[in-house]
Design a protein around this ligand. Structure first.
Ligand code: AMP
Ligand code: FE
Ligand code: FE
Ligand code: ZN
Length: 275
């Protein structure tokens, strides 16, 4: 059996629609040997899923996808193989929770001005520590204000759109410091998605350990250019589907995976910090 690992997906702990345990089942169904649940700005999925992953014989790596800002652009940073109970990581998650709360309130205020009434308590009562725009989009759909996620993002809450609000930004440097303090590895997520190629290249001047080179819906040529850059700079090369479930229905778990060759250095690092 060929080894395949999907190192990028989201659970109900952030904006995914499957629980950490359900993701383990989906990973087994998809024939994966290893998984990392990389929720936005929260690390709790790992401990929720770990016993079940062990029972099912699936390798599970601690993971998260942290939001940071550089030159007013939102940058996603994937963290792997860190100590999930480390104070610096937990402090980073707490700061994000506060940032999201304040920013979400401002988004709801702007939506209110468009005639879209959402009671903040309705949002805050949802069971996630990383409430964000997909949760707001789901409420907009539920109330019949928009027909789907893409309408919500395209017209109202996407980056720079009229009901978007920016949170108090966290920097790349402090994010990398927290990941490294917790003995983790930090990768620049989906460099393919930036408008200008020069931007992720500039971001890579921060002390990243690697780069997400394989990403769902990207063709071989698009991935190959980032594989070359990782090689040239001696960076680790990771990959995954960015599976969310309902908010991105066209992407399935395992839609993008990495081989043992790419996975091994992360696995070794993980073994090293676990001992
Ligand atoms: P937030 O973390 O609250 O800033 O929201 C950003 C998240 O919204 C991303 O991680 C995606 O999961 C989701 N997202 C962004 N654009 C879209 C879109 N066009 N359709 C569905 N989900 C989206
Ligand atoms: Fe997301
Ligand atoms: Fe992302
Ligand atoms: Zn993601």
């Amino acid at each position: 059996m060929t080894f395949r690992a999907d190192l990028h997906c989201h659970s109900t702990c952030s904006d995914g629609s499957f629980s950490p345990r359900e993701l383990i089942d989906l990973a087994i169904e998809a024939g994966l040997q290893a998984l990392s649940i990389t929720d936005h700005d929260t690390v709790e999925a790992y401990e929720l899923a770990k016993p079940y992953a062990e029972e099912k014989g699936l390798i599970l790596l601690p993971g998260a996808e942290f939001s940071a800002h550089f030159e007013h652009v939102n940058v996603h940073i994937l963290a792997y193989c860190f100590d999930v109970n480390h104070g610096e990581i937990l402090r980073l998650c707490k700061r994000h929770q506060e940032r999201r709360r304040e920013r979400n309130l401002r988004i709801l205020e702007k939506l209110g001005k468009e005639g879209f009434k959402i009671d903040p308590e309705e949002l805050f009562s949802l069971p996630s520590n990383a409430l964000g725009r997909p949760h707001i989009a789901a409420l907009l759909i539920q109330k019949g204000y928009v027909k789907d996620f893409s309408e919500a993002f395209h017209f109202y809450i996407g980056d720079g759109k009229k009901c978007y609000a920016e949170g108090a930004p966290l920097g790349i440097e402090e994010t990398l410091e927290a990941i490294h303090a917790a003995k983790g590895l930090a990768m620049l997520a989906h460099p393919h998605l930036y408008k200008e190629r020069a931007f992720p290249l500039k971001v890579l001047s921060f002390p990243f350990d690697g780069l997400e080179v394989e990403y769902a819906l990207m063709n071989n040529r698009q991935n190959a250019s980032w594989i070359r850059i990782a090689k040239k700079r001696s960076l680790l090369a990771t990959g995954g589907s960015d599976f969310h479930g309902a908010s991105k229905p066209h992407i399935s778990l395992g839609a993008s995976t990495i081989s043992w060759e790419r996975f091994e250095p992360l696995f070794k690092h993980f073994k090293g910090i676990s001992n």
